[in-house]
Design a binder for this molecule. Structure first.
Ligand code: MN
Length: 290
């Protein structure tokens, strides 16, 4: 099943070229303190379990007429895996603008990083490059959305904690600063176009993924090439961080990263999910000398 957030916080089920609004099936009353995690993702399994015939009574809207937003509104954290494809490690070690004097070896030697959740946008927004005088790169990734609280999960059980999968763009300023700084400017995390629930993706470790900038193919790989596969990266993250519903793990980017320019259109594809299209804004957040 495909779950979208659209038209300013409506929740929908996407079927073919239509979206069915199911926002009323969620309990969205304000609580204090707000429970850790995303309340819609926390309720998603239960709501989808009883949606059944309710869809028949609903009038869908054409998908082409709606504004698609990040399928997760409020992730408690966005976790990144920095070097999780061998070919990307090789390109990073060969490009001084990426490695800044470091030599990347294994993901475990480098650990994970966190992206600020204030960086998150969806397909209908625009990525705004932070600095006119510095390189901002695209990174297409399979993104895992956690469905229930996970702590110290085993590799064998890890997929039981997944709410679904979506396409992630881990936009990155290249430079020597720590990743959480360079990868967290506003608009530098993109998710979409929707969340695909696990029954439609029984094996997340065999998905083709690609990224075009305008019409040029820049990245192309398959998640079977992940060094830490989806199960392992969930277990690895949950060994240190309690994972809450709505937390996002961007599983790492394959080779082919490169700069984006104002006005570019990025087209990110992951098999069984679809295509996320997003534009680079015409202006920078910080002009030179600002
Ligand atoms: Mn990345």
């Amino acid at each position: 099943m495909r779950i979208s957030r659209f038209n300013y916080d409506r929740i929908g089920i996407v079927k073919d070229a239509d979206v069915y609004d199911i926002t009323d099936l969620f309990d969205l009353k304000l609580q204090w303190p707000v429970p850790t995690g995303d309340t819609v993702i926390a309720q998603l399994g239960q709501v989808l379990g009883r949606v059944g015939d309710a869809l028949r009574d609903r009038q869908p809207q054409p998908l082409s007429s709606v504004r698609l937003e990040s399928p997760v509104a409020n992730p408690g954290k966005i976790i990144g895996a920095p070097v999780n494809y061998h070919a990307h490690i090789d390109e990073a070690n060969n490009d001084p603008e990426i490695n800044k004097g470091k030599t990347f070896t294994t993901l475990e030697a480098y650990g994970l990083f966190l992206k600020a959740n204030s960086s998150l946008i969806g397909p209908s927004d625009e990525i705004q490059s932070a600095f006119a005088e510095r390189r901002t790169d695209h990174e297409v990734e399979l993104a895992v959305v956690i469905g229930r609280t996970a702590r110290h999960v085993t590799v064998e059980q890890a997929l039981d904690y997944v709410a679904g999968y979506t396409i992630g763009l881990d936009m990155s300023v290249r430079g020597a600063e720590v990743p959480s700084y360079r990868k967290s400017p506003d608009t530098y995390s993109v998710l979409g176009p929707w969340l695909v629930t696990p029954e439609d993706i029984p094996d997340p470790d065999s998905l083709n993924l690609s990224l075009h900038v305008n019409d040029e193919l820049r990245q192309e790989a398959n998640t079977r090439l992940l060094i830490l596969n989806v199960r392992r990266v969930i277990a690895y993250a949950s060994a240190l961080y309690t994972l809450h519903p709505g937390d996002v793990i961007m599983t790492g980017t394959p080779a082919g990263v490169g700069p984006v320019l104002p006005g570019d259109t990025l087209r990110a594809y992951v098999e069984k999910i679809g295509t996320l299209t997003v534009r680079i804004a015409d202006t920078f957040a910080h002009q030179t000398g600002a």
